[in-house]
Design a protein around this ligand. Structure first.
Ligand code: GUN
Length: 293
């Protein structure tokens, strides 16, 4: 079998065009633009690239954006003061603090300071809680991108065995929660899975991954999932991005796994572009929610 390649990049372009249409309607209705402010502390090169890509995507979708570039020496107190100011500014609808923050900053206190109504990453306890109860305000961007990719590729997870590899707060845990719900972004067929979550302490990983009809991988280890860990015909979504010396690779050994899977995402060009598309979606939703009162 040679797997169908799931084209996240093409799909992200389609979604971004849909968002641009909604953003135009928003601007016409409210005579203002949806606005995202991204906060970047320090000069981590990968974060600078991500932030630049988010800025360009906002611009193309008709969403106004501003990047606050702060020195690596910024203190937690200074950052909290900046977030208080952004929280109180009615022209700012979405706030994002790019991670990872420099080690001396208290990441949890910083993220917790963002007003949940403006928390377009959906990292706050309130937004995580709402999602877990099946009444999301915002869905976290990368897991939401995965769900959109499955739905728009015609892949139902209802009643299927979904195995999530990785338990991070940003990807693994919210994916488990979303797959378990009674309805997803694409309706009931985009939810209602039987879900298993594996992690670094899971013995016999291969025994469990081989049960998966749909395997969602976010462990941050290059080429970790090989063909013998995948059930023939499974759908494999690779959420990893690992920088090797000369190229980017995912957590899935694409060359071997594409011979046994029925469908697979490439890296780059798979889930990554969808993350940014879903950030635009959340920013627009935030602007709509804050304007409809
Ligand atoms: N760094 C890596 N992924 C993310 C993300 O989804 N949001 C933020 N804010 N920072 C990140």
């Amino acid at each position: 079998m040679t797997a169908q390649i799931l084209d996240g990049k093409g799909l992200a372009n389609t979604i971004r065009q849909e968002i641009a249409v909604r953003a135009t309607a928003f601007r016409e209705r409210y005579s203002k633009s949806p606005k995202l402010v991204a906060v970047l502390v320090g000069d981590d090169p990968a974060s600078q690239v991500y932030i630049r890509n988010k800025e360009i995507a906002c611009q193309k979708a008709g969403i106004s954006s501003e990047v606050l570039k702060l020195s690596a020496a910024t203190t937690t107190q200074e950052l909290l003061g900046i977030l208080d100011r952004l929280n109180a500014d009615p022209s700012v609808h979405g706030i994002l603090v790019q991670l990872p923050l420099p080690d001396h900053l208290e990441t949890r206190s910083v993220l917790d300071r963002i007003l949940p109504a403006k928390d377009v990453d959906a990292f706050s306890p309130e937004n995580v809680g709402l999602m877990s109860q099946g009444r999301p305000r915002f869905l976290p961007c990368t897991p939401h991108g995965v769900m959109q990719l499955l739905d728009r590729s015609g892949i139902s997870i209802r009643g299927k065995e979904v195995v999530v590899v990785g338990r991070s707060d940003i990807v693994g845990k919210p994916l488990v929660s979303m797959c378990l719900q009674k309805s997803g972004p694409g309706g009931p067929s985009n939810a209602n899975a039987t879900v298993t979550c594996c992690h670094s302490q899971t013995p016999n990983l291969e025994e469990i991954t081989r049960r998966a009809d749909v395997l969602l991988v976010a462990i941050g280890k290059p080429n970790w999932i090989t063909a013998q860990m995948v059930k023939p015909g499974a759908v494999v979504v690779d959420i990893g991005i690992n920088r090797l010396e000369d190229r980017l690779v995912g957590d899935v050994d694409f060359e071997s796994v594409c011979k046994v899977a029925s469908a697979i995402t490439p890296v780059p060009g798979g889930v990554g572009p969808l993350t940014i598309a879903m950030l635009l979606d959340n920013t627009l939703r935030a602007a709509e929610q804050q304007s409809e009162r």
